[in-house]
Design a protein around this ligand. Structure first.
Ligand code: 6PG
Length: 256
């Protein structure tokens, strides 16, 4: 009888780009990453702290994680869930990132309510950001560090609610801040010091609508354009890009 294959090692290269066939395949890769990192974090720290993102691409991941194949591999009582950004709307509002994750995943898995740490979009934005930061510092002994920060990518190069040209891109002190999106809606967002402190940051990008911004971001000659997403560089962690073929369609083929 042939021996069992060895489990594949966790790839911990500081930068990894995975190109998946389509949005469904991307969600499967992201779910695999989530399960792997959750298991690893539990082994060493007894909990898995993850910051969720808004957007359609992460939503597919959340839905997939509720399916038995994935849900049974995750020790939900050890998962602590946060958000990297939020719209300043009540939690019942369909534009709320908390609401989306609740509907797509959190209401369908065995996660204790006390492990869900939403941003209070219904409060005065400055006060809500300060309260969120205070809570994070208390939970992480002063130095918040996520096991996984999930991010989507806007067609303008924004991540979380860090938009091009925002003064928040240079923030060094605050970990959470209030801001406005280009339409003028107030938002709460993690800043780069908090995002870049993560052990793993995964940026999920799907669809041909993102092909042009990805080309700008990843093309070698455009590395220092200063777009928000280009400032995502985990200081002592891993950056994983999960793309689908449509999003990656304008990238140069890898050198032979
Ligand atoms: C949000 C995020 C935003 C989103 C991107 C990508 O709260 O919606 O601020 O950054 O993740 O716009 O969205 P899609 O995955 O839907 O393309």
């Amino acid at each position: 009888m042939s021996p069992m294959p060895a489990p594949s090692p966790i790839n911990e290269a500081p930068l990894r780009i995975e190109i998946c066939k389509d949005a469904a395949d991307l969600a499967r890769h992201a779910a695999g990453l989530f399960v792997t990192l959750a298991g690893k974090a539990l082994g060493s720290r007894r909990q898995f702290a993850v910051a969720l993102a808004g957007g359609e691409t992460p939503r597919r991941l959340y839905e997939l994680l509720t399916q038995d194949h994935y849900a049974y591999q995750i020790v939900w009582p050890a998962v602590q869930v946060f958000w990297s950004d939020e719209r300043c709307v009540p939690p019942s509002d369909t534009r709320s990132n908390y609401r989306m994750a609740l509907d797509a995943m959190l209401s369908k898995v065995a996660i204790p309510e006390g492990n869900i740490h939403r941003m209070r979009g219904e409060d005065e934005p400055g006060a809500a950001a300060a309260a969120c930061e205070k809570d994070l510092r208390a939970r992480f002994d002063g130095a918040p560090r996520f096991d996984l920060v999930l991010l989507g990518l806007g067609a303008d190069g924004h991540v979380a609610s860090l938009f091009p040209g925002s003064a928040l891109l240079d923030e060094r002190e605050r970990l959470v801040a209030a801001t406005r999106d280009p339409e003028g809606l107030s938002r709460l967002t993690y800043t780069l010091p908090l995002i870049n402190a993560a052990r793993t940051v995964a940026i999920l990008v799907s669809g041909e609508g993102k092909a042009e911004i990805l080309r700008r971001v990843l093309a070698a000659e455009a590395r220092d354009e200063g777009l928000p997403v280009q400032r995502v560089r985990p200081a002592a962690g891993q950056l994983v890009w999960l793309l689908d073929e449509a999003a990656a369609s304008l990238l140069d083929p890898p050198a032979a």
